[in-house]
Design a protein around this ligand. Structure first.
Ligand code: ADP
Ligand code: MG
Ligand code: MG
Length: 897
């Protein structure tokens, strides 16, 4: 096995397919080199070496790879005709980390490695550009100090020690940007940097390039285990054994003067998904400058540059003078970059996020990767690529990250109700609406339930706080700044580069125009427009866009299973239809009775002393329930509607406080004592295992009769309007086939009676829930008698584990922490245990009744892992809450691909 993989000069040892071994960056550098994109030559140390180092330590690593590294260096020297460590014609390297999956800013990079006090002079001489040489040296010492030597700020209100020195020196010289430093100034900075290193670390800055390189490699490997990398992995669910690769790449220089630049570009808009090339750059700068938001970058395209000027009230003349686009400044370079971005997108068939550097008007690509994007952009880009014939329908569905769908359903500001003035505006870097209280430090976000993080710029240390905040507002930086990239990844709202804001971290305030805001004040951010508002704005539900509907239709064609919704009211049913449900998989009849008038009738029924009294109360309930069903059937039309007969224990319907009991007594003219007695009588030790489900229907058959009558009368009424309704009557909590048989007979008798009375009929099904383990185990007996099974996985999980689902709060967190359980089994189906029962039940059921319809209606019906599992069992449908229907439709399609 090779330990280093070379790239550059039109060829490479590796390629995009070796992402796991070379990390994303290394694999794509190799791929770009192979397809003829200009990439500075270098080589990659594999992720296996990272794990090797973690396991066996430095000495073993050095024994294992040092010779190969030296070979790699000589090859680059031969290609470029320069020499590492040679002051006459020095070769410098960047040492770059790169994990399998991109972790923006999480791992550290060192540029210009190989400089020392002597070589810097050589570089100055050979390039005839001392300013450039010294700028590179001061950058190198700064990055090396940060990353390899671990120099940190003194406090969170403070800048890092090198930035501090730069800031103070700027003040001393009365200059504005780092571009104003001359050679002499840079020499002094280098001295001050070296001094603070020896003061704080007690070591001299290492002068031997090979030592620099070795320590930098170790630092990158170690950074895989630093706190912020660990936090990021925890948030994103990245395993720690992936490791990072290290890329050792020859330097190209964006800081040689006004003919050089560095930038970041996207083939499409990462926030909205719109198909146009865009990005940002800085003249006379090196890579990190753009991403870190040190200077506010300029726009690559003229179009965006003009839009930027309009947004910031800057005249066109002023724009051309002070921040023209790359397109205008270096038209040849722009043209080549444009061509390369097209090549890369066509090659990878997805939106690319690229890093480039221009050295004396020669363009180099330093990185390409699949661009992170918002949920909205994800949908639009997938659909556009499909329409452009770049990807097929299966690929469209693969591109959809289900965790990002929620973003599309997030509320937006109700623009009709916005009558407050815009406070200020910035770049709409990540869409969404955020309302919260101002905080200035990431580690203080948790002080507020909803916080808006307001900062000059964010940095990788902020990742935990950012994860808890509602949205980010930054003063500096653009679309590619840390805050913007992280926001889009997390699905949060971000406004970047709101340059009118002046922050004072020490006083914990910010000023805009003549207003002052302190920590804790409320702000509203509209990440889709870049507008910042004072106070709290009102939000509303978003509308699903056309692209999303089209993607869902593609999903339906690929999926085998149907998606139904759990809906108890006509309003829910409408939502279900809007989200594309193919029926109702669970209509809980008891929910209808929790409303005002109906609960009264229900209570009367429960309190009735005998069958006669119950029947009287039930007669009052019949029309109420029938009307509910009529409403639902009218919405659902010919789609199936699975209606579950009364399920919960009756005491749930009775008032439990003395006051409420007295109120009720008064209302229904029953003595309060009677009510108290009834409540006492109905009390159970384990109500969820008590008198509920079909046990109710068997002890009080008149309830089943009334409900069946209400369902069938409603169905007939809607049917008479020419709608071919399709009720499915479902018996809950069956454990023995005899229970089901008794209920089924009652239901059938009632249906026959109603059909005769009304001299009409409708189609219908009668079936059962499978939620008691015994039912699952004896499913072949039950299936002979029934037309459908619907798995109630909440109860099935409860009874299989023996966990009361209402009491898990006391031990589940500990179980999860100690990994007794990997996940909460009430969220994701426990395939090993509960899943086995489902497998047994469906297999046995189908073995005796091949037409048996099988579905799931528990909470798991909307959860992607569980959907995949029931798809593998050959279920016909899943049913979930209306809002989960889009996700379930996509998950059902993914399960088939
Ligand atoms: P990150 O993963 O944080 O983006 P990178 O390894 O991509 O870190 O490095 C950050 C920046 O440093 C790059 O965007 C690029 O501009 C610059 N850079 C890295 N390697 C080189 C190189 N060989 N020559 C010039 N600039 C480089
Ligand atoms: Mg990068
Ligand atoms: Mg149940």
């Amino acid at each position: 096995m090779g330990k280093i993989y070379r790239f550059g000069n039109g060829k490479a040892d590796g390629g995009a397919e070796l992402k796991n071994l070379l990390g994303g960056k290394g694999a794509n550098l190799a791929e770009m080199a192979k397809i003829g994109v200009p990439v500075p030559p270098g080589f990659t140390l594999t992720t296996e070496m990272c794990n090797f180092y973690t396991e066996f330590g430095e000495e073993a690593l050095k024994d294992s790879i040092w010779n190969e590294i030296k070979d790699g260096i000589s090859e680059v020297e031969d290609i470029l005709g320069k020499k590492f460590g040679d002051s006459k014609n020095p070769l410098l390297f960047s040492v770059r980390s790169g994990a399998r999956q991109s972790m923006p800013g999480m791992m550290d990079t060192v540029l210009n490695l190989g400089l020392n006090d002597e070589i810097v002079e050589g570089l100055a001489a050979i390039t005839n550009n001392p300013r450039f040489a010294w700028d590179s040296y001061r950058r190198f010492i700064q990055m090396y100090g940060d990353v390899v030597l671990g120099m940190t700020p003194e406090s969170k209100e403070d800048l890092n020690p090198f930035e501090n020195i730069i800031d103070n020196y700027k003040k001393e010289l009365k200059i504005k940007t780092d571009l104003d430093f001359d050679v002499q100034n840079l020499r002094i900075l280098v001295d001050r940097f070296k001094n603070i290193i020896s003061e704080r670390m007690g070591i001299e800055f290492p002068q031997d390039p090979y030592e620099q390189l070795w320590l930098a490699i170790l630092a990158v490997f170690r950074s895989w285990m630093n706190d912020r990398a660990i936090s990021y992995r925890a948030i994103e669910g990245i395993p720690s054994n992936w490791g990072t690769a290290v890329n050792i790449q020859s330097m190209v220089y964006g800081n040689t003067g006004s003919d050089s630049a560095t930038g970041v570009a996207f083939t499409r808009n990462a926030a909205t998904g719109e198909n146009y090339f865009n990005g940002e750059f800085l003249i006379n700068a090196q890579g990190e400058d753009v991403v870190a938001g040190v200077r506010t970058p300029w726009q690559i395209t003229k179009k965006e540059s003009i839009e930027w000027a309009i947004r910031n009230n800057i005249s066109m003349e002023e724009r051309e003078r002070s921040q023209p686009s790359l397109e205008e400044l270096m038209p040849e370079v722009y043209k080549e970059l444009y061509k390369i971005q097209t090549i890369l997108e066509d090659h990878y068939k997805d939106m690319q996020d690229m890093e480039f550097t221009v050295e004396n008007r020669k363009l180099w690509l330093l990185q390409t990767r699949t661009g992170k994007r918002t949920g909205m952009a994800m949908i639009k880009i997938a659909m556009d690529l499909y329409n452009e014939n770049m990807i097929n329908s299966e690929e469209v569905i693969k591109r959809i990250k289900l965790s990002k769908i929620d973003e599309l359903l997030h509320p937006v500001f109700d623009t009709e109700k916005i009558n407050v003035d815009v406070l200020t505006r910035g770049l709409p870097a990540a869409p969404g609406a955020a309302v919260g209280q101002v905080v200035f430090f990431a580690d203080e976000v948790e002080k507020y339930e909803k916080a808006i993080l307001v900062r000059l710029e964010t940095s990788p240390e902020d990742i935990n706080g950012m994860n808890l905040a509602q949205g980010f507002l930054t003063v500096r930086g653009g679309m590619t700044s840390h805050a913007a990239v992280v926001a889009r990844g997390m699905g949060k709202c971000c406004i970047a580069g709101a340059g009118e804001i002046v922050i004072d971290y020490k006083k914990r305030i910010f000023r805009v125009k003549d207003k002052v805001f302190k920590e804790g004040d409320f702000l509203s951010l509209d990440g889709s427009t870049g507008m910042v508002y004072e106070g709290k704005l009102i939000t509303k539900a978003p509308k699903l866009d056309e692209n999303f509907h089209q993607i869902l239709e593609i999903a339906d064609k690929l999926a085998r299973m149907e998606v139904r919704a759990n809906a108890d009211t006509p309003k829910d049913a409408k939502k279900a239809i809007e989200f594309g449900a193919k029926g109702i998989g669970l209509c809980r009849t008891e929910h209808m009775f929790f409303e005002d008038d109906k609960i009264k009738a229900m209570r009367e029924m429960i309190l009735a002393p005998d069958t006669g009294g119950r029947e009287k109360a039930l007669a009052k309930m019949l029309p109420l329930q029938r009307d509910d069903f009529i409403g639902i059937f009218e919405v659902m039309k010919e789609k199936p509607v699975t209606i579950r007969l009364l399920d919960p224990p009756l005491h749930e319907f009775l008032p439990h406080t003395v006051e409420k009991q007295e109120e009720l007594a008064h209302e229904i003219h029953v003595p309060a004592g009677k009510i108290r007695e009834a409540v006492e009588h109905l009390k159970e030790s384990n109500p969820m295992l008590g008198h509920r489900g079909c046990r109710l229907g068997i002890t009080y058959p008149e309830i089943t009769v009334m409900q069946t009558r209400a369902i069938i009368e409603a169905a007939l009424e809607v049917h008479s309007k020419g709608i071919d309704v399709y009720p499915e009557i479902m018996v809950p909590l069956v454990g023995k086939v005899e229970e089901y048989r008794l209920q089924k007979q009652l239901i059938l008798d009632t249906i026959t009676k109603v059909f005769e009375e009304k001299k009409n009929s409708v189609r219908y099904k009668i079936g059962t829930m499978i939620e008691v383990p015994r039912a699952a185990l004896t499913a072949d007996k039950i299936a002979l008698e029934t037309e459908f099974f619907s798995f109630g996985t909440n109860d099935l999980t409860q009874m299989t584990f023996g966990y009361s689902r209402d009491d898990t709060g006391t031990f589940l967190p500990t179980y999860l922490k100690q990994q007794v359980l990997e996940v909460d089994p009430f969220k994701v189906i426990d395939t090993e245990g509960v899943g086995q029962l489902m497998d047994i039940a469906s297999t046995k059921g189908r073995s005796v009744n091949k037409d048996l319809e099988i579905g799931i209606c528990g909470e798991h019906g909307g959860e992607p892992h569980s959907i995949k599992f029931v798809n593998s069992l050959g279920f016909d449908y899943v049913s979930c809450s209306p809002y989960r229907v889009p996700v379930a439709r996509l998950a059902a399609a993914k399960a088939e691909i």
